[in-house]
Ligand binder design. Structure first.
Ligand code: GTP
Ligand code: MG
Length: 235
């Protein structure tokens, strides 16, 4: 088994396989046990960060706030998507390259009811002393031109294995229920290839309008909650 810690010595997977190229490009990666080990590490990192988020939510729910998190989902990038992204980035197709160049192999999506919960959850996660914040993209303060809103963080979490501790990267996307509703519809349009150009423009404009309406509604909902009081009238 090659040493996964040593990216420099690592042979490109394409070279290793030169005598036996598999039929499907993603098999270049899946055929290696080391790849499975790396994926297991990302799965473990997802579990670590998910648990942190669940604990924060449990605690915050008990000390008065309504649950700041309404749901958490996670996914690990599929081998073919890993392969395609490395190709697109013109990076080497090696395991070291995956760890070095891809920040979103492990992904967690956190759905909050209110916009201020997004910032609270993000702050509380990042202030934990074993979490290292690598990158923040605040598409709520700075929405994308298409109207996309969400708070993205790349964090690094140490994961303990049998004989080592490894820092693993996880992409955390935090958004409101309304932002998530919008993003899933926009995502559907993005992957529909058979829509004529004029229609795409029309849909893009309608989606942008919806995104702005949703952002406005999110702010109004927040203002209403402020008026009701933070414990939602439960006390
Ligand atoms: P990717 O190469 O797509 O990962 O983008 P990036 O590395 O520039 O990171 P960014 O933080 O901009 O986006 C990461 C992820 O956020 C994407 O993979 C999507 O899941 C989500 N995302 C970003 N922009 C959009 C968007 O316009 N629409 C939707 N539906 N999702 C988006
Ligand atoms: Mg991505």
């Amino acid at each position: 088994m090659s040493n996964l810690n040593d990216t420099k010595k690592e042979e490109p997977i394409g070279n290793i396989l030169k005598n036996k190229m598999p039929e499907h490009p993603e098999d270049v990666l899946t055929s290696f046990k080391d790849f499975d080990i790396l994926m297991m590490r990302y799965d473990s990192a997802i579990r670590e960060v998910r648990t942190k988020l669940e604990i924060l939510n449990d605690e915050l729910s008990l000390i008065g706030d309504n649950s700041p998190i309404s749901s958490i989902s996670s996914r690990r990038k599929k081998p073919l998507s890993i392969y395609e992204k490395l190709i697109k980035q013109e990076n080497e197709i090696t395991l070291g390259s995956v760890e070095e160049n891809l920040n979103d192999v492990a992904g967690i999506r956190v759905i909050c009811s209110f916009v201020d919960d997004i910032y609270k959850v993000a702050r509380m996660l990042v202030q934990q002393d074993d979490i290292t914040l690598i990158e923040v993209k605040d598409y709520i303060k700075n929405p994308k031109p298409n109207g996309y809103r969400s708070y993205h963080m790349i964090v690094e979490v140490p994961v303990f294995f049998s004989n080592e501790k490894r820092p693993m990267r996880v992409e955390v996307q935090i958004r409101t229920v309304a932002m998530d509703f919008w993003a899933s519809l926009e995502h559907q349009m993005r992957y529909k290839k058979d829509i004529p150009q004029y229609k795409t423009e029309e849909i893009a404009k309608a989606l942008k309008d919806c995104a702005d309406t949703i952002a406005d509604t999110d702010m109004k909902m927040l203002a209403i909650r402020e008026k009701i009081g933070h414990d939602g009238g439960r006390s």
